[in-house]
Design a protein around this ligand. Sequence first.
Ligand code: SF4
Ligand code: SF4
Length: 339
Amino acid sequence: MQKRILGKTGLEVSVVGFGGIPIQKLPMREARRLVGEAVERGINFFDTAQGYGDSEVKIGEGIKGKRNSCILATKSPCRTADEAFSHVKKALKRLKTDFIDLYQVHHVSKPFELEKVLSPKGALEALVRLKKEGMIRHIGITGHNPSLLQEAIRRTDEFETVQFPFNIVESEKDKFSLLNVAKQLKVGSIVMKPLAGGVIPEPQLSLRWILQQGVDTVIPGMILSSEIKENVITGERPHPLSSEELSRLKDSVKDIGKNFCRRCMYCEPCPEGIPIYFIQELGDKAKVKVDEIKNMCKEIYARLKKDVEDCTDCGECEEKCPYQLPVREMLREKHKLLT
Ligand code: SF4
Ligand code: SF4
């Protein structure tokens, strides 16, 4: 697996890292095995979050005995110093570790949130202190608003990494601009949603296209051994796309448009407890022609405590979705695919 230096953190991370959202829906035993397999195959960068169900716990279990060969990144929506102190403490416990390599302020997408984080007694002040005390080694920021993230890394040099969604269907100018500024400031770049939440039908070409743009690491979610194997092969030789491959990738996404779920979670929580973004993702994964993946998605859906049948049609999710998606209609379609 090739490695790149994650900006000024100096950490040497695998170009393909492990995105921690999907494993929250796997049984503990399978999740532990999957994480262990990822480490054995050369993935050393693991990204999770307080908000990803029990993902932190599962990753902590999966890397048991292998902690020294792993770089652990997690995050929380901490905005105040008190929140940062308590969230880091909780993460250390859940990950079963003495220190976290990279702690990120999660999902900073509105200007007032950034102000709160940067203000006296804000989250950043606490994270700097926790870094001095050795509980965390580096500090990062994540979000879906590229211009706000750019402002954040310009306003303080405490953020050593920036994490944002980026792929061939979500490659707006402000994302290239953020990437350039991050490079100039030696801020490490971490790309989430490299497969646009599973809607890009050529996953390996997509990963290579992103790496070709000069990002430090991409973190696709993985729930199958086959996904780990394929991603590792790509990470071992992430060569730029040929013109034929680029045309193939562009052709594969030409009908996607902008009307798809980005897994940003703005629509949650649903008052009925329906895991909206997760069902969207599962439904998109189930569209593939591979029976193994389709059946796995159906099994996972069948195990959910709440599903689309619990929807009361309140419409709250559509009011909150920043992409103005017809969320209810999309969920009903996904339900059909998954049952
Ligand atoms: S419309 Fe359905 S899915 Fe959306 S918030 Fe209401 S109950 Fe939840
Ligand atoms: S439905 Fe909209 S708000 Fe919800 S995760 Fe998808 S894109 Fe985000």
